[in-house]
Design a protein around this ligand. Sequence first.
Ligand code: PLP
Length: 818
Amino acid sequence: MITINKKRFKEHFRRKMNNLYAQTLEEASNEELFNVLCYVIKDMISKDWEGSRIYQEKAVFYFSIEFLLGRQLKSNLLNLGFEDTIRQGLNELGIDLDEIVESEPDPALGNGGLGRLAACFLDSMASVGISGHGYGIRYKYGLFEQKFVNNSQVEVPDNWLINSSYSWETVRPNRALLVKYEGKINMEKDDEDNLKVTHKDYIPVMAMPYDIPIIGYGNECINTLRIWKSEIPTRDFGKSSSYAKNQAASYEDALKYKYYAEEISQTLYPNDSNYAGQLLRLKQEYFFVSAGIQDIFRKCRRYKITTQDLPNKIAIHINDTHPALCIPEMMRILLDEEGLSWDESWNITIKVMSYTNHTILCEAMERWSEDIMKKLLPRMYMIIEEINKRYVNDLRKKGYSEEKVKRMAIMYDGEIRMANLCIVSSYSINGVAQLHTKLLKEEVLNDFYEEESYKFNNKTNGIAHRRWLISSNPELANLITKLIGNKWIKDTSHLKELEKFVDDENVLNRLEEIKFNNKVKLANYIKENNNITIDPNSIFDVQVKRLHAYKRQLMNILHVLCLYHEILDNVDLELDIQPRTFIFGAKAAPGYYLAKCIIKLINCVANLVNNDPRVKGKIKVVFIENYGVSLAEKIIPAANVSEQISTTTKEASGTSNMKFMMNGALTLATLDGANVEIYQQVGKENMFLFGLSAKQVLDYNKYGGYSSKDLYHSNKLLKRVVDDLVNGFIPGLGKEGREIYDALITYNDEYFVLRDIDEYADAQQRISNLYKDKIKWNKMSLINIANSGIFSSDRTINEYIEDIWFKGCDEDVQNNII
Ligand SMILES: *Cc1c(COP(=O)(O)O)cnc(C)c1O
């Protein structure tokens, strides 16, 4: 058990400051104080971290190209149970813990939901106590920092590695590995007629591991997130390759080589659910996959795990298709290094691999050209080709039409389809919410579902309630514990007991007071950072998430314009409008022009509305710069309304919807993604639903029948706001308005913004009406919190453990081994 004693902590803290910086506490900056505290905590956990490395049970390795960790200090203190002691100890040293918390860098090694999910899963794997570890990339630059200049997004490099290091990490040079690119593959038969494969003239890149401890809640379990940095090989490795030696020939070539290697872990691709087709991206994917799989084999050899026993000892999870090369890489090691036959290698591989699909957007489906794969990763290409050949043969043997074989093939028309590779080679394929999984089964992956239905399952996403409630909303967490005891912290299903208080006015008032306090805190933040004054008595109506057309921030801001017109039309009437603050936070991928136009529109509308005296502060629009995990932790506890308004069928799950619900916001939503599960928990009377159903959207997509032009011409109010985009009504908006207008009218409004906006406005009106009845509102808020327990990622992880990782592959899979 890791324990802490205030006196010893203070001594340790002083000593560490002296060791690291040779200065007194008084001389230290907040950043230095953070570093010292971080090292003190690492010292305290080091024994348990080492101990967790011993593999007594099955280990899970979660491969993800993104881990959006956020700050670690508070969540580590919470999980270790140290917060109070350390706060007091620091206090006695004249140091404020909250200030140190704010000086921690926020590692943004992810774009949005997918990366954040991976981080929540790490927290939950450690907290439920399994040996579950992450593999990823240590990007030198994470997601860009967003600034607004003249209302437009400007991207600034994110320099999270101040002085090239991060205090939570530990670098382990003795565990560096070599990843091989390009070159030629040689196949020879040896004397005993065994095929011997050698990789010649490759370009070697060294993968240097950096370990970050992942601390479980109250259980001594400390797992590891291992992220790899790319470098040119050090001398020991260099000897093994002729390439490195040749590069030493000229200084210029040596520099080129250094650039080639270091570029790989240089930057995170800032695309969110867009397929990045660049060669560098493929290098990145193979880089962390090859290092990770080699690392797993090294551990297995050390613990004398036989290849046959691998499926009992390890589970490898592929988070979306970016780590799909785990499959051929594992095959490569089993075939070329372990000397197993194809069938033996295949039977092991498909009992180890499981895969999560995260999106049905076509543009996000990864495909690589065969030529690129062949040149960059020749051995991977050969193995994928063989997997495909055997699979396609099998399909043909079953008598399927060529059309169907074409659709299901892994390689077709010069391209490699990574999702198909994952489906064919995994024992489990899961979607991330009920509707999403249903769409996978019935639409997008229907061919595969008909073929191997037993592989498909749903795992509705979840969130780390420790970070998203306990740590970010301590007042609410304390109230809950006061009311129902603390069992809910380990098992969130106990939150349900809050329903007992649904008619208790004291509790409801206290709930309102806590929300109000959080709103005041956020208002202060916005005053300081955006210099906008907002009224904590207004409804805080929040949409924070990546900017994407399918998420429909556009519908939200067009509705704000409608309200603005309504106020202007009735300027003399003193409309009885419930005051509202519309809060946005969103980054757009730098190359996604329409998304950037929408950012500009929101900023321009904000200026227009916020500065018009006729509005009398009834509505305000605030776009908070640089949305990320740390901001989310401030914004979400302060929200009254959670905007989850994606075009139905497009949002696979969403997770911010869960964060808001757990913090007592009411959800304004389409029945998309995990909003369906929220609806199942609280019923339509405790949320605000609107919009096209999944079936209606699918039918429009299949059979047509939607014309945004017709709507535009038949609905005057709609026409007015759409015309605002291009008639100069919105100062500062230029050609961006035309771009948006064209998306809506010329290109027939792909995401049904104009089709859904009337119903959306009605739902917003219902919200305004309800907010007047504070008791009713607070009741609904309480019911939402009480029923948010299933959205803890502990629940999700327990399902992965039971149905996927520890169950391994079931008999159906075993019987269907090719
Ligand atoms: C939770 C979270 C997301 C995901 O938001 P969605 O609304 O589900 O897309 C994105 N970014 C950050 C910083 C988050 O914390």
